[in-house]
Design a binder for this molecule. Structure first.
Ligand code: SAH
Ligand code: SF4
Length: 388
């Protein structure tokens, strides 16, 4: 991967999406075939043309029909007259001191979302953190996204676009057969993915498709705050890894910090985890646990955590996330030595519980800091000035 100084990246000028309805991105093969038929492409060519278009969009990563070299000129013209495969407008592209990148993109109705790329230590691999909604209807007390008023589901196109844009910036087209820099995906950006099930499913199917991006389902993790009724469907129909935002070990505390717990209490959540399709030793469920000082970080909490995971016989690993503060948040990060103590206790009982170091804090890209209102954009502008 090329190394860039931290601060802002030059923004790739993309042809704006001219009306989301005309984009071919985010459609299934059948839907693309239907669109091609509508513009008069002969029925006997539909399958072949669909495969060509798919290959150019998702394997080669082209942004215009002109670049689809093995498609005849008149068909290219016809496609360009009727459809688009352009990217959304990129409002901001930031690079953190630690190499984390963040893109703020704007869709055709003016709504914005954030996508974050987190390189690993060696910088030759990394994880893309994708958003599923603009904002979030759930109001977890520790999460900045939950304070955003405006909420809507992202379309499948908008979810896939986040992946395509990251690839554009990482210069990773055509899809490499091995040694990918963008090597895994987490649905852990803004929003609750299981409240946007159909679009998330459609988008992830495209990202996994073997004729295109071809990312293995083992390299994709969907994180939920605990939308119990959709969890089984997630395993059955999408088949990706599951992460649960747990954050508390009893209903009292969880009700307080994650209101969704009043609807789907811990017992139901843990039962759904135990029954998650495909959950076995080789495919453990990840439990995210934010360390909030004085709220959920005591020795007793550590004991209770181990107890409930064992009681429900869940093949689990725990990610301990030191709380990332944001302007106006009411919590404090637990002390380092308490986080360490907590982690050691859980490890000691045979459950992996690494401490996740916060990434991209200087560009507000860390977990739970994503939000996209104009008020925050002004903050980015200030940050930008500081880092330039
Ligand atoms: N809505 C889903 C997907 C978003 S994931 C979910 O909640 O699982 C966002 C992750 O960041 C979740 O694990 C969330 O609990 C965590 N998070 C939210 N606010 C945070 C903060 N201030 N500091 C650290 N992690 C946070
Ligand atoms: Fe929504 Fe997840 Fe944030 Fe809770 S933690 S407000 S569910 S994005």
């Amino acid at each position: 991967m090329q190394t860039l100084p931290f601060g802002t990246e030059p923004i790739v000028v993309n042809r704006p999406t001219i009306g989301a309805g005309r984009s071919l991105v985010g459609l299934s093969r059948t839907e693309i075939g239907e669109r091609l038929l509508e513009i008069g492409i002969p029925e006997k060519q539909i399958k072949m043309r669909t495969n060509q278009v798919w290959h150019w969009i998702y394997y080669q990563g082209v942004k215009t029909f002109d670049d689809m070299l093995n498609v005849s000129k008149d068909i290219r013209q016809k496609l360009a007259d009727n459809f688009t495969i352009g990217r959304p407008e990129i409002i901001e592209a930031l690079v953190s001191k630690d190499g984390t990148r963040k893109w703020l993109m704007k869709f055709s109705d003016g709504n914005e979302v954030e996508t974050v790329f987190i390189p690993d230590e060696a910088k030759d691999r990394g994880t893309l953190c994708i958003s599923s909604q603009v904002g979030c209807t759930l109001t977890c007390k520790f999460c900045h996204t939950g304070t955003q008023r405006l909420v809507r589901n992202l379309t499948a196109a908008e979810i896939v676009m986040q992946f395509l844009v990251a690839r554009d910036y990482l210069g990773e087209w055509p899809t490499p057969s091995e040694g990918r820099v963008l090597s895994s995906v987490v649905m852990m950006g803004m929003g609750e993915p299981l409240y946007n099930f159909d679009n998330v499913k459609a988008a992830l199917k495209i990202i996994m498709d073997e004729q295109g991006i071809s990312l293995s389902r083992r390299r994709i993790t969907l994180s939920t705050s605990g939308v119990v009724p959709e969890m089984k469907r997630c395993g059955d129909e999408i088949g990706v890894n599951l992460a649960i935002s747990l954050h508390a070990v009893n209903n009292e505390v969880r009700n307080e910090i994650m209101p969704i717990n009043k609807k789907y209490p811990l017992e139901e959540l843990l039962t759904a985890c135990r029954d998650y399709p495909g959950a076995k030793a080789s495919r453990r469920i990840t439990f995210e646990y934010i360390m909030l000082k004085g709220i959920n970080d005591s020795d007793e909490d550590a004991r209770a955590l181990v107890h409930i995971l064992k009681k429900y016989d869940i093949h689990a690993k725990v990610n301990l996330i030191p709380f990332n503060p944001w302007p106006g948040s009411n919590y404090e990060r637990s002390d380092d030595n308490q986080i360490k103590r907590f982690s050691e206790y859980v490890f000691d009982k045979g459950i992996s519980a690494p401490i996740r170091s916060p990434r991209g804090e200087d560009i507000l890209a860390a977990c739970g800091q994503l939000k996209s209102e104009s008020e925050k954009k002004r903050k980015y502008a200030l940050l930008k000035q500081k880092t330039e």
